[in-house]
Design a protein around this ligand. Structure first.
Ligand SMILES: C[S@@+](CC[C@H](N)C(=O)[O-])C[C@H]1O[C@@H](n2cnc3c(N)ncnc32)[C@H](O)[C@@H]1O
Length: 248
């Protein structure tokens, strides 16, 4: 793509620094868990349930952008027969994800710009869990454009985001305000109007937007979260989630 800018100057630098500082004071397993935000098993389960709720089938090809250390991949490995492509900026987390999944139809690739290393007409679903929460607007747009390029007709894009309309997301902004580190991992917010505009420009169709605090994910078992919440029936994701169709 001609409008790509190498990310090495900001995202890669900040994530590599985060990885290094976590690994200095934590075991490998804890580092891999904390790097993606913690509660590895529980959020992996919720991410899988989100995909099930949008119709995931075993023969789907999935692109998991910013797959991290494999929270979602681990949940899919016993089910998915189609191809899984996970991308990330950090070799160590990709290697870890590959080692815990270890399936021939799962592959993990490092990226250096907002591209998806895939041919056109590949994906049934492209997911960005906790990724647009750390990307600047231009890069969110670039990734949406890429998603459209690699998707099959009628594919789905799922992305989670922070939203100023959600009172529960304010702490994220507050924490960013108080963090003077110029190399911090950015925390970014998305407005629904920005998302609508990007989808209009790219001819994508927003199917649903779920507020972070909405209990909309059908779950089949109790999940006891670290904050003591224990949803049953339906669970919230915490971050808001948009489900977008690439064409109809
Ligand atoms: C909060 S973690 C979430 C990981 C995973 N999606 C999950 O839910 O477990 C964000 C991940 O996105 C990756 N990431 C950030 N910016 C990226 C980019 N521009 N392209 C690809 N991956 C990116 C980070 O390295 C990190 O692994």
């Amino acid at each position: 793509m001609d409008d790509q800018v190498p990310l090495v100057n900001y995202y890669t630098k900040s994530y590599s620094k985060l990885f290094e500082s976590l690994s200095l004071s934590h075991s490998k397993e804890d580092t891999m868990n904390l790097f993606v935000g913690g509660e590895f098993q529980k959020f992996g389960y919720l991410e899988e349930r989100i995909l099930r709720s949008i119709g995931l089938e075993s023969n789907w090809n999935i692109v998991d952008v910013g797959c991290g250390s494999g929270r979602l991949a681990l949940r899919l490995k016993g089910f998915l027969e189609g191809q899984y492509l996970g991308t990330d900026l950090v070799d160590d987390v990709l290697d870890y994800a590959n080692s815990i999944v270890n399936r021939p139809n799962f592959s993990f690739h490092r990226v250096e710009d907002c591209t998806i290393p895939s041919t056109e007409n590949f994906a049934d679903a492209i997911v960005f869990f906790s990724v647009f929460t750390h990307l600047y607007d231009e890069d969110c747009f670039r990734y949406l454009k890429e998603s459209k390029r690699v998707s099959k007709n009628n594919a789905l894009i799922v992305l989670s985001f922070f939203d100023f309309e959600e009172p529960n997301h304010w702490w994220v902004f507050d924490q960013a305000l108080k963090n003077p580190d110029p190399n911090k991992v950015p925390s970014t917010f998305l407005s629904k109007s920005a998302l609508r505009k990007w989808c209009e420009v790219l001819h994508l169709e927003i199917e649903s937007i779920y507020a972070g605090s909405e209990a909309w994910i059908p779950i089949e078992k109790d999940i006891g979260f670290d904050d003591q919440s224990n949803p049953t029936g339906n669970a919230e994701f915490g971050q808001s989630v948009a489900v977008i169709r690439t064409s109809s």
